[in-house]
Design a binder for this molecule. Structure first.
Ligand SMILES: NC(=O)c1ccc[n+]([C@@H]2O[C@H](COP(=O)([O-])OP(=O)(O)OC[C@H]3O[C@@H](n4cnc5c(N)ncnc54)[C@H](OP(=O)(O)O)[C@@H]3O)[C@@H](O)[C@H]2O)c1
Length: 242
């Protein structure tokens, strides 16, 4: 049995999708502070470079890799890079996501539906498809999916986003059962309003919202659990309604 607590992540390798901004950047920074080598994934090279610069200026290891999660070949290339460079993957954080919150579902153009579903749901499938075999071969690890309280509740004018996150929760619970015998914990974090550029935040008080670091704090709790312990889902709310 392994002791729990905030043990160092030295020697661990993590992939964080959507690491160029917001919650993903905060997660990559916290993982790196604890010693993990962080592979940063996103579509915009300059954003990944900014996160990598913050990490390396604090003495951490970061490796920015441009990757579009909507493209299976792009995700497979990322997995091949990770296997070749590091030989293993300990922590996969499926964080990247998009959303539109401009109106009712019946007024949403089909391209917008595709973009939300193909990023938030299909992209996670592509990552699990591409990385789980390596994790299984190298002894297991953690897959943490960043969902939303919109995956637990109704979200008028954000129906596609809510549907993608409800879907992500179902995917997470099911894949958790598929992979637990392989020593892989698949968990899901459902944050409420978080102070980033994404989300229906008009009229909300940013100071009362969750901050990206609050989500990163929960992720660190999950990946530093003792090996026999598996917290599979966290609902994370701002203390005061923003
Ligand atoms: N903010 C909130 O209130 C809130 C609440 C609950 C849950 N969440 C969830 O938290 C996660 C992170 O969101 P955030 O709030 O931190 O927003 P954010 O700053 O917009 O971060 C999303 C990241 O995903 C990346 N991304 C988008 N599409 C991608 C693709 N096809 N391939 C690779 N990367 C892609 C974006 O970078 P590029 O555009 O450069 O690719 C961006 O860095 C999302 O899953 C979101 O649903 C957010």
């Amino acid at each position: 049995m392994q002791e729990n607590g905030h043990s160092s992540l030295k020697g661990k390798v993590a992939v964080i999708t959507g690491a160029g901004s917001g919650i993903g950047a905060a997660i990559a920074e916290k993982l790196s502070q604890l010693g993990a080598a962080s592979v940063l994934c996103g579509r915009t090279e300059s954003k990944l470079a900014a996160t990598a610069k913050t990490i390396s200026s604090n003495g951490g290891k970061a490796d920015g890799q441009v990757c579009d999660l909507k493209d299976l070949r792009s995700v497979e290339a990322l997995a091949a890079h990770v296997e070749k460079t590091y030989g293993k993957l300990d922590i996969l954080v499926n964080n990247a996501g998009v959303g539109t919150f401009g109106g009712p579902l019946h007024a949403m153009p089909p391209e917008e539906w595709d973009s939300v579903m193909n990023t938030n749901l299909r992209g996670v499938y592509y990552c699990i498809r591409s990385f789980a075999p390596l994790m299984i071969r190298t002894g297991g690890g953690d897959i943490v999916n960043i969902s939303s309280l919109a995956g637990k509740n109704a979200l008028p004018n954000g129906a596609a986003y809510a549907a993608s996150k409800w879907g992500l929760n179902g995917l997470s619970y099911s894949v958790a059962e598929e992979l637990r015998a392989n020593n892989i914990r698949v968990s899901v974090i459902c944050p409420g309003s978080t102070n980033t550029d994404l989300g229906p935040h008009a009229g909300k008080n940013a100071n009362k919202m969750l901050q990206p670091g609050d989500v990163a704090h929960v992720l660190i709790m999950l990946v530093t659990q003792a090996s026999q312990s598996f917290a599979s889902e966290v609902l994370l709310r701002p203390t005061q309604k923003p």
